[in-house]
Each structure stands twice: as structure tokens, then as C-alpha cells.
Design a protein around this ligand. Sequence first.
Ligand SMILES: *Cc1c(COP(=O)(O)O)cnc(C)c1O
Length: 409
Amino acid sequence: MARPTPAEIIARDAADPLAAFRDRFALPDGVIYLDGNSLGPLPRATAARMARVIEGEWGTGLIRSWNEHDWIGAPQRIGGKIGRLIGAAPGTVIATDSTSVNLFKLIVAATALSPERGTILTEAGNFPTDLHVARQAAALLGKRLRVCDTADLENAIDADTALIVLAHVHYRSGHRHDMAAITAHAAAHGARVLWDLSHSVGAVPLALAADGVELAVGCGYKYLNGGPGAPAFLHVAGHLHERMQSPIAGWLGHAAPFDFADAYRPAPGVDRFLAGTPPMLSLLALEAGVDLMLAADQAALHAKARDLHDLFAADVAAECPALTRISPDEAERRGSHIAFVHSDAFAIMQALIARGVIGDFRSPDVLRFGLTPLYLRHRDIRDAVTILSDIITGEHWRDPRFFIRDRVT
Ligand SMILES: *Cc1c(COP(=O)(O)O)cnc(C)c1O
């Protein structure tokens, strides 16, 4: 890969159609933020929106705001916006609960669609919550959880497979599955796929309806910049709504919650997957992040993500030979983060963070950098790799303070 000259870096930033978005984030000085795939930064509009929501809608509007500010419609409204980002049909996405809880709801409800099938399938090395929730759901349902290597996945799908639970983009390696092909292959065997879009939404092109995707969940606080612990979302294709029942039959998933009836009657449509009262502050913060993402030209976003990845990869290959890249070469087969292995990845990342370059470490040996086109410039990538190279060649990471592990790594 040819490395751009400093002048070319400046020219690319000057010609960047997304350049204006950077100012719409409250990024601290002296920081190159390469962790937007784990916790997106604060959009300026969110701070202003939160002030209005807290003082006006909550403080003054009080309980009237459920109607007057349409708090009650927020899960569907925000779900609809996320649906546009992921190419899902209107009325098939709601913003609600956490990714973990949404996984549970959809794994249980989807597996029940195929009572004669005994297996839930997933891949080894999947994100821990996906594995743990799938295992527990399988145990509750009296099904078997089969965990197979990625290479064996397609062969493992058979007449006993009820559901396949897969992360579209892998949180560690950045490997991206072929969503349309796997969904079609599963369907040919009468099986369904539940896609976890946590590292895909706002990061790579998605076309759920066109790809025949029936079930998906995804995260609000990563590329959607919804804030720490932001609500997640779930998608269920329209033809399944009436056939599926959430295992958490909460009152807000009822057809008429304010009838306060003893008997449960699920709401028509995807609303039946709501459970309890939505966390309104977090939900409206998420909406500000989603609105910002929707304002960006998605083709430009994905093209820039590819460029930032190629620049990072080329710079590291030239400047940091001690690092081995594990994210795929091919743009169609990867997400929007880049990952490397090194036996001292933890200390190297701590040393980087101390120099203002924030990425993250994933146990046991991965350095991971989110390449988020809305607010990163090409020069940020060049500067980050220059600092990374200095830390590695100068062995600055060997300082004992970089080996101290906190609770969150
Ligand atoms: C980030 C992430 C989650 C997060 O789940 P929470 O319930 O929000 O903690 C789940 N699955 C995948 C694949 C993720 O990357």
C-alpha cells in the first residue's frame, strides 16, 4: 500500500465532504479519539437537548410530557430513524432496553417459532453477552446451544437448527459476515438468523430488507453516539410480528397498556417487544446521536471509513512492524475498526492513552482502534500512528504504571 505524503493528507482533509461534522461533537483538546466503536463521543446537540428535556419537558411539563412531547412514541420514532440507517422497512424497529435484553427477547421468541428444531447455533469467539444469553435461553427452552468455529458455520446449519445468533461485524477482529448470503443459506435450511449489528450500525452499509433479514439487534452507544449505556434497538420483520411473543410480557408491550387489564394481549406490530417504561433521558440522548448520523451522507461515510482504515493499515505496516493486523484487507469483509495483536497490547494501549490517543485493549492481546468518519481526520490517523510508533520503538510502554489494570479495560 502506498503511503500518502503529508501534503496528500492535508489535501484529503481539505476535500473531505464530512469535515463539517467534526465541529458537531464536543471533543476534548489534546485527544485523538479512536474508541467511538466502544463509546461514541458527545454530540453538541445532545447537551443542548438534554438541558431542554430535563428542565422543560421533565421539570415543567412533568407527566404531561408523555403526550405533549410524545415521550410515549419515542421508542417507535427513534426506531424508525434507526430503521432508515439499517435499511429496514418502516414499523419493524424499536429503540428499547439493552442489546443483551433484546438478544434474550428475540432468541426466545424466534426459537419458539420452530418448536420441532432443537439447536441454537452461534460461533466461537462471539461477543460474550451473545454467547451467555444464547446459552441461558437455550437452557430455559430445553434446546442445545452449538458453538462452532466460524469456518464450520455454514456446514453446521441443518434441519435441526432453529436459530443462528451472529454478530455481523466481529467486535475484536473486525471481520464482517456476508449478511445476505448467510441469511439465504439459513433460510434454505428452514433456519432463521438473528444478527447483532452492534459494530455495524453507523459503521458499514446495511440493507436489512433487501438482504432478507428477519431479526436483528444493535447497540446505541457505539457508532450511534447515543451516550453511555444508551438504549439499544431490535428489528423484527413484519411478517413475523403476529407470530412472535416476547418472553418479557411487560405492560408497554400490551395492545392497550392504559386499560390496565389483568389479561395480557400483545400489541400489534413490533411494539409487542417493548417491556417496561422507556428510560426517556437516555432515549432522547440517543435520538440526538441518531439524528446526527442520519444527517451524514452514508456513501461518503463508508468511503471515508475505508480510506481511514487503509491509511492506518499502511502507516502501521511501515512504522510499527511489531504489530500484526488481524482486521481483514478486503473492505467488504471488515467493519469500521482496525485491530492488531501484540503480546504487550495492554501496556502499549495504556501508554498510548497517556499520550492522548484513546483506543482500547481487548483481552488477551488485541489493540483496537475505532475509525469513525464523522469526526476523525486523516491527520488524526497519521498523528496517532506516529505516537504509537514512538511508544513501541522507544519501548515507553515498559513503564510499570502501564501494567496496572483497572476494572474496565
Ligand atoms: C457492544 C456489544 C453488545 C453490548 O451489549 P449491552 O447489553 O449493551 O452491554 C452486545 N453485543 C455485541 C456484539 C456488542 O459489540
